[in-house]
Write a protein that binds this ligand. Structure first.
Ligand SMILES: Cc1cc2nc3c(=O)[nH]c(=O)nc-3n(C[C@H](O)[C@H](O)[C@H](O)COP(=O)(O)OP(=O)(O)OC[C@H]3O[C@@H](n4cnc5c(N)ncnc54)[C@H](O)[C@@H]3O)c2cc1C
Length: 414
């Protein structure tokens, strides 16, 4: 069990663990759980008081579902309200396309599941807490690392009870795209400029049931509609930096922009009472050249920020955690700084290429979105060539897309 002691003079408490993870997102909580299962003493520090934030994305892909199964958590997962989506539709210029058919994947997980991310994180945290060597500390905002002799040996965190120092053999930066740990050890990611931002808002479901549709593209732009149990979580993609322009045009123009792309939302768009109901989320794609330093490893968005395109970021963060746990646990059990550093380097070698390949696809999608073609990707009615493409190419692409989105490149096993 990780130990805590009070160093009375300055009210700083010091805690010791084998691994300290900064950030309780999908990467951090999953890694904490997996290491604790392997008997490693682990402390996860999360700066917020709870997991309840609605801008994190909700998609749990087959790669993550397989891991939930392998961890024996499936019945608990199934008991939480969620929406299974065996097929992902897109509506482009009014034409519904069954773009991705996950039922072509091998059993048992032939669907994407939409589950609010706070529910998934709570499930993983509960599973972690069943292991005596797991400790999750909420309200603990990591402010920087402690270094000794050229190695990272711990972190400092602000908590409501004062400063907390966690000393550890390894610090893991799982603190997301705006990581605090990363710059404190001098790591700066390479930015791949993304020409889009997302405006994030909720709408009630229209009374007439509509098929679950993730993406709508039309002359007004691109709209994402994530079917959550009681409402639709919506996102409008806009060119980067143009939110002030949207605000200047006013609420009614915003509502019209949505309904031009998704006419079926006309009935419900009136619930947006002000543009204050709309949150600006900036989209980012970046990647570290080096994911580790002696005593420290970055995973998930802290190592490589993912765009929401294809909703793979959570799943890539989970895959990083699984790969990291598999390599780190034996190195931590054996002990020795050199072995630990070699294990960190091995994690980067394993995960860097699958990440770079997926980010390249996301960047290509953003270029297409920004090209201004929008709904004109397909004419309505489709031209003869477009009809032929839809009829002949789509069936061939469907299983490949299902595999790409469901598993990404190089899925990991527990
Ligand atoms: C608009 C938008 C929509 C998206 N939709 C999807 C989707 O539908 N599906 C999908 O798979 N991906 C989606 N993504 C991508 C996805 O959100 C990320 O790739 C994924 O959350 C990365 O997980 P992570 O654990 O690495 O980081 P995060 O989820 O960012 O978690 C980091 C955690 O660290 C905590 N933290 C930060 N700083 C500190 C600190 N100093 N001290 C302690 N804790 C700290 C944060 O509070 C957070 O809990 C979306 C991204 C965007 C921008």
């Amino acid at each position: 069990m990780a130990t805590t002691q009070q160093t009375s003079a300055d009210e700083t408490r010091t805690q010791r663990a084998q691994v300290c993870i900064a950030g309780g997102g999908p990467a951090g909580v999953m890694l904490g759980l997996l290491l604790a299962r392997a008997g490693i003493e682990v402390v996860v520090l999360e700066k917020h008081a709870d997991f309840f934030r609605d801008f994190r994305g909700d998609t749990v892909h087959p790669s993550t579902l397989n891991i939930i199964d392998a961890l024996g958590l499936r019945s608990e997962f199934d008991a939480i309200p969620h929406t299974p989506l065996p097929r992902l539709d897109a509506v482009i210029n009014g034409i519904r396309i069954h773009a991705i058919d996950l039922s072509t994947l091998p059993p048992p997980n032939r669907m994407i599941t939409l589950m609010p991310q706070w529910d998934l994180l709570q499930l993983l945290a509960r599973a972690g807490e069943r292991h005596p060597s797991f400790r999750l500390r909420m309200n603990a905002d990591v402010t920087g690392v402690i270094e000794r002799g050229g190695r990272v040996v711990g972190v400092r965190a602000d908590t409501p009870d004062g400063e907390l120092v966690v000393e550890a053999d390894l610090v893991v930066a799982a603190d997301g795209r705006s990581s605090t740990v990363r710059p404190s050890v001098g790591l700066t990611p390479r930015e791949y400029g993304v020409p889009s931002d997302v405006l994030w808002f909720r709408l009630p479901r229209p009374t007439e049931k509509m098929p679950d549709t993730l993406l709508w593209a039309g002359v007004g732009g691109f709209v994402i509609t994530i079917p959550r149990p009681d409402y639709l979580q919506c996102g409008l993609l806009i060119p980067h930096g143009t939110f002030p322009q949207v605000q200047g045009e006013g609420l009614e123009a915003f509502r019209q922009r949505i309904t031009r792309v998704v006419p079926r939302l006309t009935e419900v768009v009136g619930v947006l009472a002000s543009l204050d109901d709309v949150k600006l989320l900036s989209v980012q794609i970046d990647r570290l050249d080096r994911w580790w330093r002696p005593g420290m490893l970055a995973i998930g968005d802290a190592a490589h920020a993912m765009s929401p395109v294809f909703g793979v970021g959570i799943n890539y963060a989970v895959q990083d955690a699984v790969a990291a746990a598999r390599v780190l646990a034996p190195a931590l059990s054996r002990g020795g700084a050199d072995a630990l550093d070699a294990a960190c380097a091995a994690v980067q070698r394993r995960r860097e290429r699958p990440t770079a390949m997926m980010q390249a696809i996301q960047r290509a999608a953003h270029r297409l979105i920004a090209s201004g073609r929008r709904g004109r990707i397909i004419d309505n009615p489709p031209t003869r060539v477009q009809r032929a493409v839809l009829r002949l190419v789509l069936p061939t692409l469907r299983p490949l897309m299902a595999r790409l989105i469901g598993y990404g490149f190089r899925p990991e096993r527990v």
